[in-house]
Design a binder for this molecule. Structure first.
Ligand code: ADP
Ligand code: MG
Length: 709
């Protein structure tokens, strides 16, 4: 495929410009954001005060405040060049949506004015009938509404066609059902705040600011030349290569990770960062990842809700900037088989400026004890809700990564490190127990070494919204902190134990019941699979195995208790995840058949013809020629044809209508019947790729896609 696809990378090089100097970057940080600073500047003092109160305790916004804020926002946005505004929301498809409205309104005298009212800021209408809803809205009440999330600032999105003021919103049905990914994030953080504050009060604190989760999201992606994507229907439509023989060189040299970033890619990264800085997104690191043409971008952590919004913006900016640089950013979890896939690590902690990071062991025994309580909550939560956490990261694309011989396995476990595990084990063995609970302060714990200060969740797929994972982490933490607070209260008030003694007892209990989830060994090994089974940890290798947990009494009970999801909302999410799984496999299957029929098969038979006529001519001329390669090729073509027939037959079984009852069984057909047939077809196709003349092969090769930068 090298013939027509010679790319001139030099022509895409971006010259170094003034914008990339440090002073410019710091000066421009957040200039596209309607931040608290800007609001203070633009709003009358009393209005700002009332808005600030709303920001802090989530009180509803009065209409006169909303009107004043809307006016300020409009003046600011128009001064920056905006012409439109949009309620930006995150429907259950996992991507983001926006409907643009112009500020322009007719003035009734043949002219026009720029208008933006408080009600247009606070609430919008959105026809939800075309968004996946898992049966939550019957068509007659298809309209939903969007409402401003005041805790996530409005910002300006630039494009060559002008600038749009984007307002982060939740998306709900008129009956209050969450139709989006943001609403549960806000609900779960409330639950977390309440329970964390209860625990802190036992430690003598009385927090006035909300305790929130913090999220630092490392985003992995592939970046390849755009020409290749145009020439590969699979990358274009499915986001991954359905065919492609293993390249002579993959990632085995380990020369890519943290290697020198190619200059064209660096030009792209700098452009992305410049835009993200202006959007107030604190991008911190960039580097090469393990696989060829794979990279990572990571901002400094922020509050969980904001981190999720910002991650969506990062994905948007990555995609659109890549196009501008003549490249394509692939966010799929496994665009290329046989090299590493892409994830999105969620670094998670909880705390507030007032109480600090609650996942960090403190400087004194009292703080250490408090840290151990929060650590116990992580252990307990993860052990009890591993299945739920696994389910929210289940998708057809992430299935190709999780558990598939690659980071991380589909079994949820907690890597604590030997030191911390040791300390907790000592508690379990009762070795740290003292007569008056004093020894908690003296033995082991007061000398806690620096142990890190966050929990890193690695199972998230690169293309996914981080919101679902954050919701599960916050909800499971809320439940475990609730348990811990009640346990400590009972021990102290009922049994008259000291705080130290009560904490010891809690640790013993949690270690006794929930430490099975701790595993400090090699999670990729066979041994771990067996060990995890022995420990009774759930292992769901694929989406259809994982998502039915949404309807389990444990998950429904958990979510209803903390008012994060109703049973109905959970069911809708389960159905949508299954539906998306089926649609993905269905699309890939049709595409695999189409490419096999119209691209790969024709190339193979042309080459067979070429070999056959060459053999015939040689024989006619009495020139020695062996039929071996012709025979071998013919055999492989025969294998290819029969597995193509098989896939076509099996695809026929996939004629489904999105009827709830059948979703799981259709998904299982995808998993056990269709996907294996696609694998087999690919096996033959990839063999053909290594046999057919390169100038006849219709698809760019792995080698070309991954190594031409
Ligand atoms: P790594 O060792 O994984 O490369 P980094 O230091 O690059 O870790 O950080 C990865 C991410 O973790 C960053 O987004 C960083 O801001 C975030 N992070 C660091 N500390 C915390 C914390 N206390 N809570 C949440 N995220 C954090
Ligand atoms: Mg990391």
């Amino acid at each position: 495929m090298t013939r027509s696809l010679v790319i001139n990378t030099a022509s895409h090089a971006v010259p170094i410009r003034r914008e990339f100097r440090m002073a410019e970057l710091t000066d421009r940080f957040g200039t596209m954001v309607f931040s608290e600073e800007v609001m203070k500047d633009y709003l009358p003092k009393d209005i700002w005060k009332r808005l600030a109160a709303t920001l802090e305790d989530g009180e509803p916004l009065d209409l006169d405040v909303a009107n004043a804020v809307a006016h300020a926002m409009k003046v600011w946005a128009i001064s920056k060049g905006a012409t439109h505004y949009a309620h930006w929301f995150q429907p259950l498809s996992g991507i983001t949506s926006e409907k643009h409205d112009s500020f322009l309104d007719p003035d009734g005298k043949g002219g026009a004015l720029a208008q933006f009212s408080g009600s247009a800021l606070v609430q919008g209408e959105a026809d939800g009938s075309s968004f996946p809803s898992g049966g939550l809205r019957s068509t007659f009440e298809a309209r939903g509404y969007t409402a401003w999330d005041v805790t996530s600032p409005a910002y300006l999105m630039e494009s060559p066609a002008g600038m749009v003021l984007c307002i982060p919103t939740v998306f709900l049905s008129w009956t209050g059902i969450a139709l989006d990914k943001k609403t549960p994030v806000l609900r779960a953080s409330q639950a977390l705040n309440q329970q964390a504050a209860r625990v802190l009060r036992l430690f003598g604190m009385n927090p006035t600011m909300p305790i929130t989760s913090n999220g630092g999201l490392e985003q992995e992606y592939f970046l390849i030349d755009g020409t290749f994507v145009s020439a590969r229907p699979d990358l274009l439509i499915a986001g991954r290569a359905l065919y492609g023989a293993r390249p002579p060189k993959g990632q085995e040299f380990e020369d890519q990770y943290y290697g020198v970033i190619p200059s064209r890619v660096l030009g792209f990264m700098a452009d992305v960062e410049r835009q993200l800085y202006r959007l107030g997104i604190p991008v911190k690191t960039r580097h090469n990842e393990v696989a060829p043409s794979q990279y990572e971008i990571a901002p400094t952590f922020e509050s969980g809700n904001l981190a999720c919004d910002h991650n969506q913006l990062i994905m948007t900016v990555l995609r659109k900037t890549a196009r501008r640089h003549g490249m394509s950013c692939l966010l799929h979890e496994k665009p290329f088989d046989c090299i590493n896939g892409s994830g999105k690590h969620l670094n998670y902690s909880i705390g507030s400026p007032e109480v600090g990071n609650l996942f960090a062991p403190g400087d004194n025994p009292h703080e250490n004890a408090q840290f151990l309580v929060f650590l116990c909550a992580v252990i307990r939560g993860l052990h009890r809700h591993a299945g739920f956490l696994r389910a929210v990261v289940a998708s057809a694309s992430n299935d190709r990564r999780l558990g598939a011989n690659e980071a991380p396995p589909a079994i949820m476990s907690l890597f604590l490190g030997d030191q911390l595990t040791d300390i907790l084990e000592q508690f379990r063995a009762g070795k740290v127990r003292g007569s008056k609970g004093k020894r908690l302060m003296n033995v082991g714990v007061d000398t806690l070494p620096p142990l890190g200060n966050r929990f890193e969740f690695r199972a998230l797929g690169s293309s996914m919204s981080a919101a679902d994972s954050l919701v599960v982490l916050n909800t499971m933490m809320a439940e475990s902190l609730d348990y811990a607070a009640t346990f400590l209260e009972n021990a102290m008030h009922g049994e008259h134990l000291t705080l130290g003694e009560a904490v010891q007892k809690l640790i013993e209990n949690v270690m006794e019941e929930d430490s099975a989830v701790i595993f400090n060994g090699n999670g990729y090994s066979e041994i771990w699979q067996r060990e995890a089974e022995r420990r009774g940890l759930p292992n769901s290798p694929a989406t259809p195995d994982a998502v039915p947990v949404f309807s389990s009494p444990e998950v429904v009970g958990l979510c209803e208790r903390y008012q994060v999801f109703s049973r109905q909302e959970l069911k809708a999410r389960e159905d949508i995840q299954l539906e998306q799984y089926i649609k993905t496999v269905h699309t890939e299957c049709s595409l695999a058949i189409r490419m096999a029929r119209t691209q790969i098969y024709p190339a193979a038979v042309r080459y067979r013809q070429e070999l056959a006529s060459s053999l015939a001519s040689c024989t006619a001329l009495g020139v020695p020629a062996s039929p071996d390669s012709l025979k071998e090729l013919a055999d492989v073509i025969a294998g290819f044809e029969s597995s193509l027939h098989m896939l076509e037959e099996r695809a026929g079984e996939l004629n489904w209508t999105p009827e709830e009852e059948q979703l799981l069984s259709v998904a299982r057909t995808c998993q056990h019947v269709v996907l294996p047939a696609m694998e087999e077809l690919r096996h033959w196709a990839d063999r053909l790729e290594t046999m057919v003349a390169d100038d006849l092969w219709p698809l760019p090769s792995y080698q070309e896609m991954l190594f031409m930068k």
